[in-house]
Design a protein around this ligand. Structure first.
Ligand SMILES: Cc1cc2nc3c(=O)[nH]c(=O)nc-3n(C[C@H](O)[C@H](O)[C@H](O)COP(=O)(O)O)c2cc1C
Length: 426
């Protein structure tokens, strides 16, 4: 199995500039500035089949192609390193081990987009990753790989690192732009889409850390090579998956896209904890509907996980064992979203605390049979909110209703939690 992003990781600190260069680092940038046009690089990324690793899986090269090339004024590139989704910690691990993929990737993407000022928006509290990035950006500039007139090519790029004020909504791309502009971090209406009117009104692309970090290897080794890294022909590349919950090993691993959920849990996650049997997992961060034991042979790729009724999301796999109360697990997830609602639109501000309230009373054994229909209505109703936060929060609720309705009814009939109010991770 060939690794791309974790290839040179070591346990005693981040990969150094010299080590990255010795392994072919910055070769892609040097070759690009010598012999490739922005559209050549964009085409390589389109041909590679690379899909965004920030959650939605949108094709990266296609996103870049939406930026109009003829509008006057500056354009911007933002790297989203906010990573506040529970169960997701891949960008942190990547930047703790190797900030260089991102430094080279952001430079290549900026070259494609005609951007001369880029931003890395990083989660508050990510002090080691931020420190690694600050040092790497300074070192790259000293080596002439960032800043004015990079390697004498005439292309210049300034990269600013911005630390988030610390709310989950700041990771939503339009709220992120408001935050960078110093405004309250509410999402903006779309259209206009950021590719046309984004940061300070200029065309803007927002990409995830892992997405941009893959670009140098795609340019260096070619799109065919990248596609061939996946375990199934429909997928492309590797992906960082993070495991937590009732598995033996809490770990972030780079794996071929298309490995099955079962293979991942038995492999890098070390299997279930002693005495635990697999009951369910969320495959891609807190906003993704549950998968159950019947899904253990589903290949973990964007389209196949969607066909199975969930989403690959960020690849944050949280595993629940046979003793987990799924009502309590869902309540735990919804409580996070209710707390993090920015309050801008009514369905989210009022709806999420109400769904939390209904789940809490079911879990306590005080639910009524009509609560199931109330939850179902809210899954529909909250999809009408202004941004994807509330629909995301309803992902686990939808999964709970579809896959564990009997378990909800059990709470209501027995007037207590059949699992003794077991919270996940306990
Ligand atoms: C509430 C909310 C929080 C988000 N947080 C993040 C985040 O922390 N990191 C991220 O890359 N994308 C996050 N996203 C998705 C971004 O809006 C955007 O789609 C993503 O950064 C695009 O990157 P990609 O095309 O490389 O996948 C979030 C979306 C929502 C609705």
């Amino acid at each position: 199995m060939e690794l791309v992003l974790f290839r040179h990781n070591r346990s005693d600190g981040p990969v150094t500039f010299a080590e990255y260069c010795a392994a072919g680092g910055f070769d892609a940038l040097k070759r690009t500035l010598r012999e490739l046009s922005p559209l050549d690089v964009q085409q390589l990324v389109i041909d590679s089949g690379m899909r965004g690793r920030g959650g939605a899986g949108f094709p990266t090269g296609k996103k870049w192609s939406f930026v109009p090339r003829d509008l006057p004024g500056p354009r911007y590139l933002i790297c989203n390193s906010d990573e506040m989704e529970p169960g997701t910690y891949k960008d942190r691990v990547l930047l703790e081990h190797n900030p260089w993929h991102l430094v080279e990737g952001i430079t290549l993407a900026a070259y494609v987009l005609g951007v001369s000022h880029a931003f890395i928006f990083i989660r508050r509290g990510y002090e080691t990753p931020a420190g690694n990035l600050r040092a790497a950006l300074a070192e790259a500039e000293q080596a002439g790989l960032l800043g004015d007139n990079i390697l004498g090519s005439g292309f210049s790029l300034k990269v600013d690192l911005h630390v988030s004020a610390g709310r989950y909504i700041c990771g939503e791309e339009t709220a992120l732009m408001n935050a960078l502009e110093g405004k309250r971090a509410n999402p903006r209406a779309k259209p206009p889409f950021p590719a046309v009117r984004g940061l300070w009104g200029g065309p803007t692309v927002v990409n995830n850390v892992e997405t941009l970090s893959n670009v140098p290897a795609i340019v260096r080794n070619g799109p065919e090579w990248f596609r061939g890294l996946a375990a199934i022909p429909e997928a492309a590349g590797t992906k960082l998956f993070c495991f937590s919950g009732h598995v033996r090993t809490t770990v972030c691993a780079e794996l071929p896209l298309g490995m099955t959920v079962g293979e991942m849990i038995d492999g890098p996650a070390g299997g279930m904890r002693p005495g635990s049997r697999f009951k369910a997992c969320i495959p891609g961060g807190a906003s993704t509907p549950f998968l159950t034991a019947g899904h253990l042979d589903v290949p973990m790729d964007f389209d196949t996980v969607a066909k199975a009724g969930s989403r690959l999301g960020t690849g944050g796999v949280v595993v629940f064992d046979h003793r987990t109360c799924m009502v309590a697990a869902t309540l735990n997830l919804v409580s996070f979203y209710a707390r993090e609602s920015c309050g801008w639109c009514t369905p989210c501000r009022e709806g999420l605390p109400f769904v939390r309230h209904v789940l809490a009373r079911i879990e306590r054994g005080e639910g009524e049979p009509e609560d199931i229909d109330i939850l179902r209505e809210h899954v529909k109703f909250l999809s009408l909110s202004f941004c994807p936060l509330a629909p995301g929060a309803m992902g686990p609720v939808e999964g709970l209703l579809r896959l564990f309705e009997e378990e909800i009814r059990d709470h209501i009939v027995k007037k207590s939690c059949p699992f003794g109010s077991g919270r996940p991770g306990a």
